[in-house]
Design a protein around this ligand. Structure first.
Ligand code: HEC
Ligand code: HEC
Ligand code: HEC
Ligand code: HEC
Length: 129
């Protein structure tokens, strides 16, 4: 093998590595929630890394995917097989514990306030695409 052939192979390997690296990064960077449950979303879906947040919630899924019985939080039970919108519908009503938009804002923003960490401004979560 000549020097120049080795150099070309080196370049191909290099570009392949940089290429996959770039796509992995791009995918991570664009983790955000899909606001599909809202009829006509007015904001870009909120940026949200689910993996990072599992860690931030100490692996306790029920911090977000909660279950209530008669208004009481049921410890050690979680509802990750359901969408938030399965229980929190868009409009207030007798069977709706809290409309969906408020449910998201209260869950996300309150924890960021409580911990003095994480975004609390509109444009920090609803980052333009
Ligand atoms: C901590 C993150 C966070 C902050 C801060 C935040 N939001 Fe949201 N917001 C969400 C999430 C999560 C949803 C659920 C839909 C989604 O995934 O984007 C949502 C939903 C919405 C919706 C309903 C869906 C839509 O696009 O029509 C509106 C409107 C909205 N937010 C406006 C605002 C405004 C205005 C502010 C600032 C006053 C704000 N949000 C601040 C996270 C946030
Ligand atoms: C910080 C809040 C938070 C924590 C902690 C969390 N999740 Fe989630 N998870 C969400 C949100 C928000 C969604 C999107 C819900 C929706 O689309 O209605 C979601 C979606 C999901 C989904 C997809 C459901 C679907 O079909 O859309 C699964 C599965 C899931 N989470 C599992 C888990 C498990 C298992 C844990 C614990 C190891 C966990 N989550 C911890 C916030 C959280
Ligand atoms: C199985 C049904 C169910 C699912 C799924 C569910 N919730 Fe709830 N949620 C409730 C009920 C019931 C209450 C009212 C509790 C009470 O009576 O005070 C509640 C209360 C809340 C509250 C106010 C209490 C608090 O913890 O601060 C917020 C915020 C909230 N939900 C957000 C969410 C979000 C965001 C999701 C999705 C990640 C979600 N909920 C998924 C049933 C559900
Ligand atoms: C249990 C508490 C908790 C809940 C619930 C929570 N967060 Fe966070 N979030 C945090 C903390 C703590 C940080 C700061 C992490 C850091 O800076 O390392 C954070 C950081 C973030 C960031 C910034 C990430 C970055 O890389 O700078 C975004 C965006 C975010 N959260 C969105 C959300 C959304 C959207 C929700 C609701 C679906 C949510 N969070 C619910 C605790 C929470």
């Amino acid at each position: 093998m000549t020097h120049s052939n080795r150099f070309i192979i080196f370049l191909i390997v290099l570009f392949a590595a940089v290429g996959t690296g770039f796509f992995c990064y791009a995918e991570q960077d664009l983790e955000r929630l899909d606001p599909w449950a809202f009829e006509s979303p007015r904001r870009p879906g909120a940026v949200f890394s689910h993996d990072d947040h599992i860690f931030l919630a100490d692996d306790d899924c029920s911090v977000c995917h909660h279950v209530y019985e008669n208004g009481e939080l049921v410890p050690d039970e979680s509802s990750e097989d359901l969408y938030c919108s399965d229980c929190h519908s868009l409009k207030p009503g007798p069977d709706n514990p809290m409309p969906l938009e408020a449910a998201y804002h209260n869950l996300c923003r309150d924890c960021h306030f409580d911990r003095s960490q994480g975004p609390v401004l509109c444009g920090e979560c609803h980052v333009k695409e």
